[in-house]
Design a protein around this ligand. Structure first.
Ligand SMILES: NC(=O)c1ccc[n+]([C@@H]2O[C@H](COP(=O)([O-])OP(=O)(O)OC[C@H]3O[C@@H](n4cnc5c(N)ncnc54)[C@H](OP(=O)(O)O)[C@@H]3O)[C@@H](O)[C@H]2O)c1
Length: 232
């Protein structure tokens, strides 16, 4: 299996890349920055906001099965919609939704056996004030996952599709959340408390759980899922 992952410079994406490299898979990372050096790792430089470039990326894939993990994501500026700016709204939808849809379409155009994993969020189901674009983008990713699954069924393809919420994970994104000022983000203290109480998941553990999720027998009910659904 060849594993294609977006956003591998740190956080969950890097942990997933390292997890699959350790398992002996060929991994192709796509993103702006790279910190992985491994014989079975190939990095393709791409700002995922450049959607034409995403569409035309040459990934040099073989005919082995493909696991595409649309992991790259941004929170955008954390502030109420009344104070929001267009640039931040655009960035969130380009990276979190449009690049993922384009990458998925690219892979679907190939003959390979395909598994798509969209890294979603509980924020796609539960509204959080000042995260308007982020919450809406993850809800969009969840719905897109369901639509794409049906399309693959219509095409007679046995594609598996998942939109997985990883829980609250100790990454740069959480550092950013804790650094926002309270005036713009009423729930800041909740995230500070989670960190102080040691409640954030570790990226390696999350990568392992995501893989465990994929190794369960797939059915349509599993498309929208969370690593929290797994019983240890
Ligand atoms: N951490 C959590 O608690 C949590 C909870 C729920 C869901 N998630 C989701 O998990 C995924 C990974 O997040 P994380 O927590 O690991 O955050 P992170 O550490 O901030 O990593 C985000 C990754 O996305 C990449 N990225 C962002 N903008 C990009 C762009 N324009 N082009 C290419 N790559 C870009 C970043 O690369 P560079 O900046 O180096 O280019 C980085 O590799 C995201 O989809 C996030 O929404 C995270």
């Amino acid at each position: 299996m060849q594993v294609v992952i977006t956003g591998v410079s740190g956080g969950i994406g890097k942990a997933l890349a390292e997890y699959y490299l350790e398992k002996g898979n060929q991994v192709i990372g796509i993103g702006r920055n790279n910190t992985i050096d491994h014989d079975h790792f190939h990095f393709v430089t791409c700002d995922l906001r450049d959607l034409d470039k995403v569409k035309n990326l040459d990934l040099n894939l073989s005919d082995e099965p493909i696991l595409l993990i649309n992991n790259a994501g941004v929170l955008g500026k954390v502030r109420r919609t009344v104070d929001q700016d267009i640039e931040s709204l655009q960035e969130v939808f380009e990276v979190n939704v449009l690049a993922a849809m384009i990458m998925t379409g690219k892979m679907a155009a190939l003959e390979n056996q395909l598994t798509i994993v969209n890294i979603s969020s509980g924020a796609g189901k539960n509204p959080i004030p000042s995260w308007g674009a982020y919450c809406a983008s993850k809800a969009a990713l969840d719905m897109f996952s369901k639509v794409f699954y049906l399309e693959e069924q219509e095409r007679g393809r046995n594609t598996k599709v998942y939109s997985i919420a990883p829980g609250v994970v100790d990454t740069k994104m959480q550092t950013t959340i804790r650094a926002v000022d309270e005036e713009n983000f009423s729930q800041k203290q909740r995230f500070v408390d989670l960190k102080n109480m040691g409640q954030l998941s570790n990226v390696k553990e999350v990568a392992r759980k995501i893989h465990r999720m994929l190794s369960l027998a797939f059915n349509e009910e599993m498309i929208i899922c969370s690593v929290r659904d797994l019983v240890d």
